[in-house]
Design a protein around this ligand. Sequence first.
Ligand code: R5P
Length: 280
Amino acid sequence: MILFSPNCSDLGVPNIEIKKFPDGENYLRVPSLKDAEGNQVTLFHRAYPSQDSSLIQLFLLLKTLKRATDKITAVIPYLPYARQDKMVLEGESKSSESICNIISESGCKELVTFDAHFLKMKGTYRYGNLKIRNLSLSDELISYLYSECTNPVIISPDKGASYMVVERGGLSMEKKRKGYEQSELAERKVSIMKTDAKMEDRDVIIIDDMIAGGGTMARAVDICKKKGARKIYCGATHGLFLGDSANKILSAGAEEIVVSNTILSPYSKINFMDKLRGLI
Ligand code: R5P
């Protein structure tokens, strides 16, 4: 049985009801819950944008489905809270793990997602109490952009995303962010970024797991330009595109930006559903 949340109407006909109470709380109903009894259920639900509300919807949906079956796979294309995966200051929340634990406790047997930030590898893993199948869209992004350029250099802007490029012979830049302070949470600026990759008179493809504020990608484009790159193409699995991030990247000199439809945007050219064919 396959269930689509209303926020996945571009992927399948929604068969779950989600409404808002006047005070903003979520109302959820799975009208076909009886049919789920004892069966394998695959739930498609986006947890971005409005990640807090979307996650509450997910927890409630899982709890509801759990009344009928314990075979629940949740496809959450972009997993939010994935970037808070370290405790740096005393007393901080390790949000990535806590969110995964709540998903598991709510009844999810397996979570399928794409390029989860904290895993930095594709494959099947246990993170906290949750079994996660982390698929990567790097091949699809690279192939799409490859067809637009000539003999490109492929790079990732930091080591965390190097798994997305190594199989295609790509290299990683080195990236460091400025000091980690509360006041910088809104926009954590990239301070150092460098690469030894030779790119003079070559096209370049830059691949990352996500574009949020766009600072990382814009900086990477700028460095490639300064190193004499010809045309620079940017690809990322998740396009959050906060503020004027897309313009920032294009003004830095990028020829094109491509992301997938894990989050819908005008730059979504890669369909993650193609990757799931035959897998679930
Ligand atoms: C960081 O390690 C990630 O892989 C991305 O590079 C980063 O989250 C992108 O964020 P922003 O677009 O805000 O620089």
